[in-house]
Design a protein around this ligand. Structure first.
Ligand code: SAM
Length: 271
């Protein structure tokens, strides 16, 4: 999950969902006349930050700061996207927040990142602390996703158990939740957020071939394995996906398309 080039070329699903969310909440965003300071938490390669998010913020913003726990991602984002008002820095949103970042941003965004974090309270608390009074946050994160079931099934097998050791670390804290919206709303209320909106939306995405799935899985694969092992892993991965009836085999000699149906949690709140 550290390979920025690979992620940049295989994040169509994440980009589509970030765009949907930005469009849905565009009217709720309260921008200043000038000088907005914006942070994008878990910016990855930086393409969502500059290609999508930047389109939604007023031109006269003061600072757009992308942050990510991965040094490699931050380096890539700085090399490709940095300019006078846009830059990228290493930050673990569940870790200790540097003093200079506290109460510093009018808006905090985060796309496809919070489901990687086990300590949800620390992450939401830090996001609150990053904001000025009246500051707003907007996030997407995964809830239930069959991908996590595939990981669990393979982790139980003798063949993949050792490669997928500690699999639960990489499963969304909301994968098994019946009412993730309620859990998140309760947590945000406790922290002090107001004007809270949390929805759990059913989404679907069609990959036009198993090869496209392979690249998308590889781009976010949290398990470290050599390439030849990963190729073998993906054969078994796709067999499990087939058993789950998610592969459309009837396709007139074209490669079979693969359906992904998952729950996306969208979160909005004000400090
Ligand atoms: C799937 S990528 C999303 C990138 C981008 N936001 C997008 O929508 O395309 C998730 C990113 O979250 C980062 N991440 C994971 N845990 C994090 C943490 N505790 N603090 C900050 N970033 C984190 C990962 O390094 C990765 O770059």
């Amino acid at each position: 999950m550290n390979n920025a080039e690979l992620y940049e070329g295989n994040n169509n699903l994440q980009k589509r969902d970030a765009l949907d969310c930005l469009e849905e909440f565009a009217d709720k965003m309260m921008w200043k006349r000038s000088g907005d300071r914006i942070i994008d938490i878990g910016c990855g390669d930086g393409s969502v930050t500059v290609d999508l998010l930047k389109e939604f913020i007023p031109e006269n913003f003061e600072l757009l700061l992308g942050c990510d726990v991965s040094e490699k991602m931050v380096t890539f984002a700085n090399v490709h996207h940095k300019n006078e008002r846009t830059s990228f820095t290493v930050l673990d949103i569940a870790g200790r927040l540097p003093e200079e970042l506290r109460s510093n941003f009018n808006h905090a965004f985060s796309f496809y990142t919070f489901h990687w974090i086990k300590d949800q309270e620390a992450a939401f608390n830090n996001m609150f602390d990053l904001l000025v009074e009246g500051g707003q946050c907007l996030l997407t994160l995964l809830g239930h996703n069959p991908v996590f079931d595939v990981y669990r099934i393979l982790a139980e097998s003798n063949k993949w158990g050792c490669w997928l050791h500690g699999v639960e670390r990489f499963i969304s804290p909301y994968h098994d939740s019946q009412y993730p919206e309620q859990e998140i709303r309760k947590l945000m209320k406790k922290i002090g957020f107001t004007d809270i909106v949390v929805t759990c939306q059913e989404k679907s995405f069609i990959y036009d071939s198993p090869e496209a799935v392979k690249k998308a899985v590889q781009a976010v694969n949290p398990f470290s394995m050599p390439k030849e092992v990963f190729d073998d892993f993906m054969i078994d991965y796709l067999n499990v996906v087939r058993d789950m009836n998610l592969i459309d085999e009837v396709n007139n000699n074209k490669p079979a398309s693969v359906r992904s149906i998952y729950k996306l949690i969208v979160v909005f709140g004000t400090k």
